[in-house]
Design a binder for this molecule. Structure first.
Ligand code: EPU
Length: 302
């Protein structure tokens, strides 16, 4: 890219920044430019600026479902975490407009405080609302797509569009927004008693905490579940739980999580992912498909 020192994006930015602490896995090298817009207008201005300067960029939300190579990247990164709001809209009082950088846990808390039910299915999921929308975050208790009514995006060709939800907008851990920047997500919730919502939230969190290594650094589930089963169960049945490479470990608690025991490298994690895929295929003939995204300079053989 153009020398990052010469670039002046129209919003806060930093040069030569390490991304490890911007991901829940705690791994990630340096990028030449980190652009930090504070609202949707600044996101649009920043993207237009980067495009006009010919600077390739990637969009980073809460870094929850992402592995970044610790060798670093040449692209700029647009970090959405400063763009945080969550406000009611419409007549019903049941709709909330949420900006892309809003952390999912904060959104879940706000909805509960406002006496709005339906967002608690997302409790225990880290990351941002923009990322959650693009990846259709969720689990056993519900998916974000169940409560979304509209999504405002900056499309690949620079147009800002607000789209009403359609049947084809979301799929399992994916959406039609993977190529766009999600600016805002509108959700429709149901009236509820905050005490009841809080109790439900606690119950879901307890269930998740018993099954998943929520207190350790991880990128969430590594693989999508195969259509007829559970990736975690297959990895457990293959005897891989607790397997370590460097400082990365297949969680003894849940087979579909790789945890960073402290100082894990991208290569450690990549090697564990490869090993899990290899052994599960050999044992059961199932090809596990990666759910986590990865950012690397060079293509990685998974
Ligand atoms: N299981 C095992 N061993 C394991 C893990 C799971 O036997 O190591 C068994 C469980 O006992 C259960 C079944 O496999 O019978 C399913 O496991 P679990 O309920 O833990 O859910 P999951 O299918 O592994 C999915 C989502 C999670 C989400 C949970 C709970 C995927 C890939 N994973 O996990 O999402 O939190 O349901 O709702 O869809 C994520 O995507 O990052 C994620 C964590």
């Amino acid at each position: 890219m153009t020398n990052a020192m010469q670039l002046r994006p129209p919003c806060p930015f930093q040069t030569d920044v390490e991304l490890a602490n911007k991901t829940t896995m705690g791994v990630g090298g340096k990028v030449p430019l980190l652009v930090e817009p504070r609202n949707a207008e600044e996101v649009v201005a920043a993207v237009n600026y980067l495009r006009a300067e010919g600077v390739p960029f990637r969009t980073l939300g809460g870094g929850a479902n992402l592995l970044i190579d610790d060798a670093g990247l040449d692209d700029a990164v647009l970090l959405t975490e400063r763009s945080q709001f969550c406000q009611r809209e419409g007549e019903s009082g049941l709709a909330l407009r949420v900006s892309c950088g809003m952390p999912i846990p904060t959104f879940v808390q706000r909805a509960c405080d406002m006496g709005l039910a339906g967002a608690e299915c997302l409790v225990g999921i880290p990351g941002s609302m923009g990322g959650a929308t693009a990846m259709n975050a969720g689990g056993r208790h519900g998916w974000l797509s169940h409560i979304v009514t509209r999504v405002k995006v900056l499309t690949h060709d620079g147009a800002v569009e607000e789209l009403a939800k359609t049947d084809s907008m979301f799929a399992y851990r994916s959406s039609m927004f993977t190529d766009s920047v999600v600016l805002e997500t509108v959700v429709e919730l149901a009236p509820g008693d905050p005490a009841v919502i809080r109790a439900k939230r606690t119950e879901i969190l307890k269930e998740k905490g018993a099954a998943q290594p929520l207190k350790q650094k991880s990128a969430g589930c590594i693989f999508k579940n195969p259509t007829d089963g559970s990736a975690g169960k297959l990895i457990e049945r293959a005897g891989l739980k607790g397997l370590r490479i460097g400082a990365a470990e297949i969680s003894p608690k849940h087979g579909n999580f790789i945890v960073n025991l402290g100082g894990a490298s991208f290569q450690d994690i990549a090697a564990l992912i490869r090993e899990a895929r290899r052994v599960v295929f050999e044992e059961f003939g199932t090809r596990l498909e990666r759910e986590v995204k990865s950012w690397t300079r060079d293509a990685v053989d998974w």
